[in-house]
Ligand binder design. Structure first.
Ligand code: 13P
Ligand code: SF4
Length: 312
């Protein structure tokens, strides 16, 4: 039937109680989804929440690999994703068969893998990392151990530079963070002298070179809450600025620009597929639902469990 005339927020609240559901949202989600979520976080915090919730249903406002991670860690829960097409360019850059072949070519390497990948690639990996846990986890791996790092070559390159650790990098990128323009960023910086730049490590090196702070979405948000000035340039998906404006309404947060001079081209098209209507339908119908074959789930869980242990 038609959804016109429905108070979607009230209906979502009613269904959340009726189904004993928890709504988890990533910082890149639309403000209206962030605002009604029970918890908003970065990839690591969202994984932890999913692992420890006692809800019967997890409604995941994020992309598919995040909802799959929730299902891997909480197999007894029903996990719904408002739009099953919410993928990720990093995941797409790393087909499991090609990743398996790459691993087979380097049998003396372990695979340290960014959480932005498919269940199959997690199952082929030894340890998963998020951007907030990668440095801590990598520093626990003995220096003589050879490492394959995928699928994000920008995060991999950043880790190599900061920790002085050579790794074999898979050549994947995030299309959102690749779209920032160094020229436009420098123009913006000239207009706001002294404004620091906070950047996500998925950005390419020519953007990270200008950053005063590099970290995960939660890290960037913490930096925004503590920097001394009044203007901050934010080089990650601009929906995170919603949380900054809520926390510090008197400060000025500017999304780093793409080649067109504004930050709209840096909206993640996958994250943007979710909306209030689709969340309502997902809670009403308990569909689209994440299902993972049990053997595959158990293999993928090994590398995720290692992440949770090593990041704690
Ligand atoms: P974090 O929230 O872990 O920093 O990840 C960013 C991201 O690109 C998620 O897709
Ligand atoms: Fe994937 Fe990039 Fe979107 Fe994050 S922002 S979900 S890495 S495409």
């Amino acid at each position: 039937g038609s959804l016109t005339g429905l108070d979607l927020r009230a209906e979502i609240d009613r269904l959340r109680k009726e189904r004993n559901a928890v709504i988890l949202a990533h910082y890149y989600q639309k403000p209206e989804l962030q605002d009604l979520a029970d918890f908003v976080g970065d990839s690591l915090d969202l994984s932890r929440k999913a692992a420890e919730t006692d809800a019967d249903v997890i409604a995941f406002c994020g992309v598919r690999f995040m909802a799959e991670t929730a299902k891997i860690l909480s197999p007894d829960k029903i996990v719904v994703l408002p739009d099953m097409n919410a993928g990720c360019s990093l995941e797409d850059s790393c087909p499991p068969d090609q990743f398996a072949a790459f691993r087979a070519q380097h049998p003396d390497h372990i695979a340290l893998t960014y959480i932005n990948c498919s269940v199959e690639v997690k199952a082929l990996s030894d340890i998963i990392v998020t951007s907030s846990s990668a440095e801590k986890i990598l520093s626990q791996i003995p220096p003589e151990q050879k490492i394959i790092f995928g699928p994000d070559r920008n995060l991999g390159g950043y880790l190599t530079r900061t920790l002085g650790r050579e790794m074999l990098l898979w050549p994947g990128v995030c299309i959102v963070h690749e779209a920032f323009s160094e020229t436009e960023l420098l123009k913006l910086k000239a207009q706001h002298p002294g404004a620091p730049i906070a950047a996500h490590p998925e950005c390419p090196p020519h953007i990270l070179d200008h950053a005063d702070y590099v970290g995960s979405t939660r890290g960037i948000l913490d930096f925004a809450k503590s920097f001394p000035g009044d203007t901050l340039i934010v080089a990650t998906e601009p929906h995170i600025i919603h949380q900054m404006e809520k926390a510090l309404p008197s400060k000025n947060f500017i999304g780093a620009p793409g080649a067109d001079g504004n930050c709209n081209c840096n909206i993640c098209p996958y994250m943007a597929l979710n909306n209030l209507e689709k969340l309502y339908l997902a809670l009403r119908d308990l569909n689209p639902r994440i299902e993972i074959e049990e053997g595959m789930r158990l293999k993928a869980k090994l590398s995720l469990d290692r992440m949770l242990e090593m990041a704690s």
